[in-house]
Design a binder for this molecule. Structure first.
Ligand code: KG4
Length: 343
């Protein structure tokens, strides 16, 4: 029997809907919200309003692109959290209405679990592409999270390390802001770091010393800020003159911090199946470092296509698919959760 799942994602500033049939992606539509760029960060109230405007057209487009009608949907999966409460409410309310109207099961999805399971989305024509084998470690790095997740099965995951303050994406974005770059700064830092002649060893920044597999990035952000303040005091053109070296050095530091714990975790858990997920996994320095570590330590590495690394509903639909198979359904009293700990 074919199983067709509609997934909805509205946890931050992207409204997305996707249709998956037996794990194969039929559509993945994303409406990004340009409104936040002028403020240098996501404004929750504006995000909720934009989700409200986008949700129906985005779902309609996803169904049309997939060539399915609402009656052909076997189950609807929606991000319950973590994320912005007002934004989550838009997706959750729509999903409940759809479930009620179509008499289809509702599945609640943890956004972070979705990022990890993005590795199991099969794109048409790529049925043979290898998927991580259990157990594997997933480095989950996004604008809001930096975690090392031990994945024993589709729905059996343990967070063995997490950030105690800022996330890796936040470190990129906040340091970019200090340099006067527009939001989100991560992709721009990546591009500047790859400019010809950019030297990743030009500057040295503080690396945290945190026990276990936890991460910390707020110290790096602060030391970067003070470093620039002192240099700019002597030379107002300092940032402009050294932009590519600053970006390359900063990126190398963040990648180094992430890789150091990942390598130690892989050794301690004796795992060689290593995956990376979340928006920051688009970073070219991190991708190269994971591949290099893979060769050095005999890992099999899994790096998702960029379209599945940033927030998207395909990862929500695939998580919903595994929940559907196990009949892990939510009822209509399910409420969105801003924090993962509330789920
Ligand atoms: O997973 P994601 O799309 O959503 C949130 O967690 O909100 O991640 C977004 C984050 C942002 O911090 C963005 O700057 C970062 O991912 N990012 C990057 C790159 N592409 C996106 N950071 C570094 N290098 C990139 N190429």
């Amino acid at each position: 029997m074919e199983i067709t799942i509609l997934g909805i994602e509205s946890s931050c500033d992207d409204t997305s809907a996707a249709v998956i049939r037996d794990g194969v992606l039929l559509s993945n539509v994303i409406a990004s919200q340009a409104v936040h760029a002028q403020y240098g960060g996501v404004i929750p109230e504006l995000a909720s309003r934009a989700h409200g405007q986008n949700i129906v057209p985005v779902i309609d487009a996803a169904l049309k692109e997939a060539g399915v009608t609402p009656a052909e949907i076997d189950g609807i999966a929606v991000t319950r959290g973590p994320g912005l409460l007002g934004s989550l409410l838009v997706g959750v309310s729509f999903a409940k209405g759809f479930s009620l109207a179509q008499d289809t099961p509702l599945m609640e999805v943890n956004h972070l679990q979705g990022h990890v399971l993005a590795h199991f989305v099969t794109r048409p024509g790529e049925e043979e592409a290898p998927k991580p084998k259990f157990p594997f470690l997933c480095l989950l790095v996004s604008g809001g999270n930096s975690q090392i997740v031990l994945v024993r099965d589709y729905l059996d995951m343990e967070i063995i390390g997490t950030t105690i303050d800022d996330a890796a994406g936040e470190a990129f974005d906040k340091c970019a802001k200090v340099m006067g770059l527009p939001y989100p700064g991560g992709p721009l830092i990546d591009r500047l770091a790859r400019s010809e002649g950019a030297d990743p060893h030009a500057f040295k920044f503080a690396k945290p010393s945190v026990p276990g597999f936890d991460y910390s990035f707020s110290g790096l952000k602060t030391s970067f800020l003070y470093f620039l303040r002192d240099r700019v005091a002597d030379d107002p053109e300092f940032i402009e003159h050294h932009k590519t070296d600053l970006c390359a050095s900063l990126q190398a530091t963040i990648v180094d911090i992430l890789m150091n714990k990942l390598v130690r975790a892989a050794k301690q858990y004796d795992i060689t199946e290593i995956a990376v997920a979340g928006g920051v996994s688009a970073n070219s320095g991190l991708r190269e470092a994971i591949e290099a570590a893979g060769e050095r330590y005999g890992w099999t590495t899994y790096i998702p296509p960029i379209s599945l690394t940033t927030d998207n509903a395909a990862m929500i639909a695939i998580t919903g698919y595994y929940k559907y198979l196990r009949e892990e359904f939510a009822d209509l009293s399910m409420a969105p959760a801003a924090r993962a700990a509330e789920m």
